[in-house]
Ligand binder design. Structure first.
Ligand code: PGA
Length: 260
């Protein structure tokens, strides 16, 4: 997946409340982002209940799920399989978001099983890693990120990683808080992730080709600073992805970054 292509992925979380609002939001994003789609992969991840409608009405922007289950079908109450998503045409899934890890007890092993299901059915995954505030205070951030990568990517081939996985560094304390790491900190984590990938895969192509993005309180006013010089190839955007105009502006800034 090594290209200069940038990734701008919107995580709508449990919003908006109405399908009509979801449709309008998608329409506005599509209209605004059209001119950058050659340079920027724009993906929006609505709540599961809107996936079918938005997948059918989307023209250019890619649609992703916020979660998947690892089995294809069967007695798994409340879950949605990758096969079901694939049949709808959904091409992406966010895995291991800290809200799922925190509120729903999602473990690295579960993230790994979900990732294998996504890869088996040829969707693309955004695998989230990042330390909590407590882990940061206890200076465990590096250890946590390395563990999440090693266990989350277990038995994932270099090819799959390069072609179908985006790694999102999302410090949990930065999510929804308006507090962001410094560009230097983000750059260090980018290097840590690359170093870890090198240890896992032992191949330079993986280190150079892996797509790594940043997420956590990204808004139009800080995206240049957070991504410009940190080696990150994109952003995972929560709150600001619900404001179509701002989300589009973020995508445009990302599209222009190489030229600046
Ligand atoms: P935020 O969320 O942009 O609202 O901080 C990011 C995320 O949770 O992916």
């Amino acid at each position: 997946m090594k290209t200069n292509k940038k990734y701008v992925i919107g995580n709508w979380k449990m919003n908006p409340m109405e399908e009509q609002e979801a449709r309008n939001l998608l329409r506005e994003v599509e209209r605004g982002a059209e001119e950058v789609l050659g340079k920027v992969e724009v993906v929006v991840c609505p709540p599961t209940i809107f996936l079918a409608e938005l997948q059918h009405s989307s023209v250019s922007v890619k649609i992703g799920a916020q979660n998947v289950f690892w089995e294809d079908s069967g007695a798994f109450t409340g879950e949605v399989s990758v096969v079901m998503l694939k049949r709808l045409g959904v091409g992406w899934a966010i895995l291991g978001h800290s809200e799922r890890r925190g509120y729903l007890g999602e473990s690295d092993e579960m993230v790994n099983r979900k990732l294998h299901a996504v890869l088996r059915h040829k969707l693309r995954a955004v695998v989230c890693v990042g330390e909590t505030e407590k882990e940061r205070r206890e200076e465990l951030a590096e250890q946590v990120i390395v563990r999440q990568l090693e266990q989350g990517l277990a038995e994932v081939s270099a090819d799959s990683l390069l072609n179908a996985v985006v790694i999102a560094y999302e410090p949990v304390w930065a999510i929804g808080s308006g507090v962001v790491p410094t560009a230097d900190d983000i750059m260090s984590v980018n290097l840590l992730i690359k170093k870890t990938l090198h240890r896992i895969y032992g191949q330079r192509e993986v280190v150079e080709g892996a797509v790594i993005i940043y997420g956590g309180s990204v808004v139009v006013d800080n995206v240049r600073e957070l991504v410009g010089k940190t080696g990150m190839q994109g952003v995972l955007v929560g709150g600001a992805s619900l404001r179509a105009g701002e989300f589009v502006s973020i995508a445009k800034i990302m599209g222009d970054l190489d030229q600046e």
